[in-house]
Design a protein around this ligand. Structure first.
Ligand code: MN
Length: 300
Protein backbone atom coordinates (compact mmCIF):
# COMPACT_ATOMS: atom_id res chain seq x y z
CA UNK A 1 0.00 0.00 0.00
CA UNK A 2 1.69 3.12 -1.17
CA UNK A 3 -1.05 5.68 -1.38
CA UNK A 4 -0.60 8.66 0.85
CA UNK A 5 -3.19 11.03 2.23
CA UNK A 6 -5.06 8.60 4.43
CA UNK A 7 -6.81 10.40 7.20
CA UNK A 8 -6.80 9.66 10.86
CA UNK A 9 -9.42 10.88 13.26
CA UNK A 10 -7.94 12.35 16.41
CA UNK A 11 -10.12 13.44 19.29
CA UNK A 12 -9.28 15.42 22.40
CA UNK A 13 -11.79 15.89 25.13
CA UNK A 14 -12.50 17.29 28.54
CA UNK A 15 -15.36 16.79 30.97
CA UNK A 16 -16.77 18.33 34.11
CA UNK A 17 -19.69 17.61 36.40
CA UNK A 18 -21.08 19.43 39.42
CA UNK A 19 -24.12 19.04 41.65
CA UNK A 20 -24.95 22.75 41.37
CA UNK A 21 -26.04 25.19 44.03
CA UNK A 22 -29.43 23.78 45.06
CA UNK A 23 -29.40 19.99 44.82
CA UNK A 24 -27.84 17.94 47.62
CA UNK A 25 -26.70 15.10 45.36
CA UNK A 26 -25.42 14.70 41.82
CA UNK A 27 -27.66 12.27 39.92
CA UNK A 28 -25.82 12.81 36.64
CA UNK A 29 -23.22 10.30 35.46
CA UNK A 30 -20.76 10.36 32.62
CA UNK A 31 -18.17 8.29 30.82
CA UNK A 32 -15.20 9.39 28.73
CA UNK A 33 -12.78 6.80 27.46
CA UNK A 34 -11.30 5.35 24.33
CA UNK A 35 -13.96 5.96 21.77
CA UNK A 36 -17.02 6.36 23.97
CA UNK A 37 -18.50 9.50 25.50
CA UNK A 38 -21.75 9.36 27.46
CA UNK A 39 -23.89 11.54 29.71
CA UNK A 40 -26.80 10.27 31.83
CA UNK A 41 -29.18 12.32 33.97
CA UNK A 42 -30.96 10.09 36.46
CA UNK A 43 -34.36 10.53 38.07
CA UNK A 44 -36.11 8.85 40.97
CA UNK A 45 -36.09 9.23 44.75
CA UNK A 46 -34.07 7.23 47.31
CA UNK A 47 -30.93 7.55 45.16
CA UNK A 48 -32.81 5.90 42.30
CA UNK A 49 -31.64 8.58 39.88
CA UNK A 50 -28.02 8.15 40.81
CA UNK A 51 -28.24 4.36 40.57
CA UNK A 52 -30.07 4.48 37.22
CA UNK A 53 -27.61 6.93 35.65
CA UNK A 54 -24.55 5.00 36.84
CA UNK A 55 -25.87 1.59 35.83
CA UNK A 56 -26.80 2.92 32.40
CA UNK A 57 -23.37 4.43 31.80
CA UNK A 58 -21.52 1.35 33.08
CA UNK A 59 -23.64 -1.05 31.05
CA UNK A 60 -23.08 1.04 27.93
CA UNK A 61 -19.34 1.32 28.54
CA UNK A 62 -18.84 -2.42 28.91
CA UNK A 63 -20.87 -3.33 25.81
CA UNK A 64 -19.60 -3.36 22.22
CA UNK A 65 -20.04 -0.13 20.31
CA UNK A 66 -17.97 -0.81 17.18
CA UNK A 67 -20.98 -0.69 14.86
CA UNK A 68 -24.17 1.34 14.86
CA UNK A 69 -26.18 -1.84 15.47
CA UNK A 70 -24.06 -2.83 18.49
CA UNK A 71 -24.22 0.70 19.86
CA UNK A 72 -28.00 0.70 19.69
CA UNK A 73 -28.08 -2.78 21.28
CA UNK A 74 -25.93 -1.43 24.13
CA UNK A 75 -28.61 1.19 24.82
CA UNK A 76 -31.27 -1.52 24.82
CA UNK A 77 -29.12 -3.55 27.25
CA UNK A 78 -28.70 -0.49 29.51
CA UNK A 79 -32.47 -0.16 29.52
CA UNK A 80 -32.87 -3.82 30.45
CA UNK A 81 -30.39 -3.70 33.34
CA UNK A 82 -31.79 -0.46 34.83
CA UNK A 83 -35.36 -1.74 34.47
CA UNK A 84 -34.46 -5.12 36.02
CA UNK A 85 -32.75 -3.40 38.95
CA UNK A 86 -35.77 -1.15 39.50
CA UNK A 87 -38.04 -4.21 39.65
CA UNK A 88 -35.73 -5.93 42.14
CA UNK A 89 -35.52 -3.13 44.70
CA UNK A 90 -38.71 -1.44 45.97
CA UNK A 91 -36.82 1.76 46.82
CA UNK A 92 -35.74 2.01 43.22
CA UNK A 93 -39.12 1.40 41.57
CA UNK A 94 -39.74 3.79 38.72
CA UNK A 95 -36.17 5.00 38.47
CA UNK A 96 -34.88 5.97 35.07
CA UNK A 97 -32.31 8.05 33.29
CA UNK A 98 -31.54 9.90 30.12
CA UNK A 99 -28.64 8.54 28.10
CA UNK A 100 -26.90 10.35 25.28
CA UNK A 101 -23.64 9.17 23.76
CA UNK A 102 -21.11 9.38 20.95
CA UNK A 103 -19.09 6.31 19.96
CA UNK A 104 -16.16 5.96 17.60
CA UNK A 105 -17.05 3.16 15.19
CA UNK A 106 -14.78 0.19 14.51
CA UNK A 107 -11.86 -0.09 12.12
CA UNK A 108 -14.02 -0.90 9.09
CA UNK A 109 -15.98 2.28 9.69
CA UNK A 110 -13.27 4.30 11.35
CA UNK A 111 -14.03 7.69 9.86
CA UNK A 112 -17.46 7.74 11.36
CA UNK A 113 -18.97 8.37 14.73
CA UNK A 114 -22.26 7.05 16.00
CA UNK A 115 -24.72 9.03 18.06
CA UNK A 116 -27.50 7.56 20.16
CA UNK A 117 -29.98 9.26 22.43
CA UNK A 118 -32.88 8.64 24.80
CA UNK A 119 -34.30 11.51 26.88
CA UNK A 120 -33.47 15.20 27.05
CA UNK A 121 -29.72 15.30 27.55
CA UNK A 122 -28.27 16.83 24.40
CA UNK A 123 -25.49 16.72 21.84
CA UNK A 124 -24.51 19.87 19.96
CA UNK A 125 -22.05 20.40 17.12
CA UNK A 126 -20.22 23.67 16.55
CA UNK A 127 -17.87 24.17 13.59
CA UNK A 128 -16.95 27.76 14.31
CA UNK A 129 -19.85 29.12 12.29
CA UNK A 130 -22.85 26.84 12.63
CA UNK A 131 -24.15 25.67 15.98
CA UNK A 132 -26.73 22.91 15.94
CA UNK A 133 -28.44 20.58 18.36
CA UNK A 134 -28.01 17.10 16.87
CA UNK A 135 -30.31 15.22 19.23
CA UNK A 136 -34.07 15.56 19.60
CA UNK A 137 -35.34 16.03 23.15
CA UNK A 138 -37.73 13.27 24.18
CA UNK A 139 -39.74 15.49 26.46
CA UNK A 140 -43.36 16.53 26.67
CA UNK A 141 -42.61 20.22 26.05
CA UNK A 142 -40.31 19.44 23.09
CA UNK A 143 -43.19 17.47 21.51
CA UNK A 144 -45.46 20.49 21.99
CA UNK A 145 -42.85 22.77 20.39
CA UNK A 146 -42.44 20.37 17.44
CA UNK A 147 -46.24 20.40 16.97
CA UNK A 148 -46.06 24.23 17.18
CA UNK A 149 -48.52 24.27 20.07
CA UNK A 150 -46.14 26.26 22.28
CA UNK A 151 -42.98 28.31 21.65
CA UNK A 152 -39.43 27.58 22.87
CA UNK A 153 -39.90 30.40 25.37
CA UNK A 154 -43.12 28.82 26.73
CA UNK A 155 -41.30 25.49 27.03
CA UNK A 156 -38.64 27.00 29.32
CA UNK A 157 -41.22 27.90 31.98
CA UNK A 158 -43.83 25.19 31.34
CA UNK A 159 -44.96 23.34 34.51
CA UNK A 160 -44.31 19.98 32.80
CA UNK A 161 -40.92 20.93 31.37
CA UNK A 162 -39.19 18.07 33.23
CA UNK A 163 -41.54 15.37 31.97
CA UNK A 164 -39.78 12.91 29.64
CA UNK A 165 -41.55 10.96 26.91
CA UNK A 166 -38.70 8.44 26.70
CA UNK A 167 -36.18 7.31 29.32
CA UNK A 168 -33.81 4.42 29.99
CA UNK A 169 -35.16 1.88 32.52
CA UNK A 170 -38.72 3.08 33.01
CA UNK A 171 -40.31 0.52 30.69
CA UNK A 172 -39.21 -2.95 29.62
CA UNK A 173 -38.66 -1.68 26.09
CA UNK A 174 -37.13 1.51 24.79
CA UNK A 175 -37.01 3.29 21.46
CA UNK A 176 -33.50 4.60 20.71
CA UNK A 177 -32.61 7.35 18.22
CA UNK A 178 -29.30 6.47 16.60
CA UNK A 179 -27.38 7.39 13.48
CA UNK A 180 -23.95 7.63 11.90
CA UNK A 181 -22.12 10.92 11.58
CA UNK A 182 -19.02 11.96 9.64
CA UNK A 183 -16.91 14.33 11.75
CA UNK A 184 -15.06 17.19 10.08
CA UNK A 185 -11.84 18.96 10.97
CA UNK A 186 -12.54 21.58 13.62
CA UNK A 187 -15.88 20.16 14.73
CA UNK A 188 -16.55 20.55 18.42
CA UNK A 189 -19.19 18.50 20.20
CA UNK A 190 -20.90 19.23 23.50
CA UNK A 191 -22.66 16.42 25.37
CA UNK A 192 -24.60 17.78 28.33
CA UNK A 193 -27.37 17.29 30.85
CA UNK A 194 -30.25 19.78 31.03
CA UNK A 195 -28.60 21.49 34.01
CA UNK A 196 -26.49 23.27 31.38
CA UNK A 197 -29.17 24.08 28.83
CA UNK A 198 -31.77 25.25 31.34
CA UNK A 199 -29.31 27.90 32.54
CA UNK A 200 -27.52 28.96 29.35
CA UNK A 201 -28.58 29.99 25.86
CA UNK A 202 -27.09 28.70 22.59
CA UNK A 203 -25.19 31.99 22.34
CA UNK A 204 -23.66 31.40 25.79
CA UNK A 205 -22.59 27.89 24.79
CA UNK A 206 -20.93 29.17 21.60
CA UNK A 207 -19.24 32.00 23.48
CA UNK A 208 -17.64 29.63 25.99
CA UNK A 209 -16.47 27.29 23.22
CA UNK A 210 -14.89 30.19 21.31
CA UNK A 211 -13.19 31.53 24.44
CA UNK A 212 -11.83 28.09 25.37
CA UNK A 213 -10.10 26.24 22.53
CA UNK A 214 -8.99 23.47 24.92
CA UNK A 215 -11.79 20.96 25.47
CA UNK A 216 -11.09 20.61 29.19
CA UNK A 217 -11.19 24.38 29.76
CA UNK A 218 -14.42 24.66 27.76
CA UNK A 219 -16.11 21.91 29.80
CA UNK A 220 -15.11 23.54 33.08
CA UNK A 221 -16.09 27.02 31.92
CA UNK A 222 -19.55 25.77 30.87
CA UNK A 223 -20.24 24.08 34.21
CA UNK A 224 -19.01 27.15 36.07
CA UNK A 225 -21.26 29.41 33.95
CA UNK A 226 -24.32 27.22 34.68
CA UNK A 227 -23.59 27.51 38.40
CA UNK A 228 -23.11 31.26 38.18
CA UNK A 229 -26.45 31.56 36.40
CA UNK A 230 -28.21 29.78 39.26
CA UNK A 231 -27.01 26.17 39.25
CA UNK A 232 -30.53 24.90 39.93
CA UNK A 233 -29.73 21.37 38.71
CA UNK A 234 -26.76 19.03 38.39
CA UNK A 235 -24.69 19.98 35.37
CA UNK A 236 -22.53 17.62 33.33
CA UNK A 237 -20.59 18.60 30.21
CA UNK A 238 -18.25 16.72 27.87
CA UNK A 239 -16.52 18.71 25.12
CA UNK A 240 -14.85 16.86 22.22
CA UNK A 241 -12.54 18.54 19.70
CA UNK A 242 -12.10 16.86 16.32
CA UNK A 243 -8.82 16.81 14.43
CA UNK A 244 -8.47 15.08 11.09
CA UNK A 245 -4.81 14.33 10.48
CA UNK A 246 -3.40 13.43 7.11
CA UNK A 247 -1.07 10.49 7.53
CA UNK A 248 1.24 8.52 5.28
CA UNK A 249 -0.24 5.12 4.68
CA UNK A 250 3.28 3.78 4.29
CA UNK A 251 4.18 4.72 7.83
CA UNK A 252 1.01 3.59 9.41
CA UNK A 253 0.11 0.65 7.19
CA UNK A 254 -3.58 -0.04 7.29
CA UNK A 255 -3.95 1.55 10.64
CA UNK A 256 -6.46 4.34 10.37
CA UNK A 257 -7.85 3.78 13.78
CA UNK A 258 -8.74 6.57 16.06
CA UNK A 259 -6.19 8.12 18.30
CA UNK A 260 -7.70 9.55 21.43
CA UNK A 261 -5.97 11.82 23.84
CA UNK A 262 -7.53 12.83 27.05
CA UNK A 263 -6.76 16.47 27.49
CA UNK A 264 -8.17 16.66 30.96
CA UNK A 265 -10.18 15.16 33.50
CA UNK A 266 -13.15 15.09 35.74
CA UNK A 267 -14.02 17.10 38.77
CA UNK A 268 -13.47 14.98 41.90
CA UNK A 269 -13.49 11.74 39.94
CA UNK A 270 -12.07 9.65 42.77
CA UNK A 271 -14.65 10.84 45.22
CA UNK A 272 -17.46 10.07 42.79
CA UNK A 273 -16.12 6.61 42.03
CA UNK A 274 -16.01 5.84 45.74
CA UNK A 275 -19.56 7.08 46.22
CA UNK A 276 -20.82 4.97 43.35
CA UNK A 277 -19.09 1.87 44.69
CA UNK A 278 -20.68 2.43 48.10
CA UNK A 279 -24.04 2.85 46.45
CA UNK A 280 -23.64 -0.43 44.57
CA UNK A 281 -22.47 -2.23 47.70
CA UNK A 282 -25.55 -1.06 49.56
CA UNK A 283 -27.72 -2.15 46.66
CA UNK A 284 -26.10 -5.58 46.78
CA UNK A 285 -26.62 -5.84 50.54
CA UNK A 286 -30.28 -4.86 50.44
CA UNK A 287 -31.33 -6.64 47.26
CA UNK A 288 -28.74 -9.27 46.49
CA UNK A 289 -28.56 -7.62 43.08
CA UNK A 290 -25.05 -6.76 42.03
CA UNK A 291 -24.67 -4.65 38.89
CA UNK A 292 -21.06 -5.84 38.72
CA UNK A 293 -22.30 -9.39 38.19
CA UNK A 294 -24.07 -8.16 35.10
CA UNK A 295 -21.33 -5.96 33.75
CA UNK A 296 -17.73 -5.43 34.66
CA UNK A 297 -17.67 -2.81 37.32
CA UNK A 298 -14.56 -0.71 37.34
CA UNK A 299 -12.32 -1.04 40.37
CA UNK A 300 -12.63 1.90 42.69
MN1 MN B 1 -31.10 17.34 35.05
Amino acid sequence: MNESGKRRLSLSWGAATDQGRIRSTNQDAMYTDSGLFAVADGMGGHQGGEVAANIAVRTLSSAKHDSLENFESAFVEANRVVHQTALTEPNLHGMGTTLTAIAVLGASDSRHLAIANVGDSRIYRFNGAEFEQLTLDHSYVAELVRREEITEADAATHPYRNMLTRAIGVHSEVQVDSWRLTPKEGDRFILCSDGLTNELSDIDLMKHLLQNPLASNAARALVRAANMHGGRDNTTVIVINVNIENIQTKEFGEDTRVNEEQSNSLISENKRTRLISKLFLRLKRTTGFDPSDVKNLEES
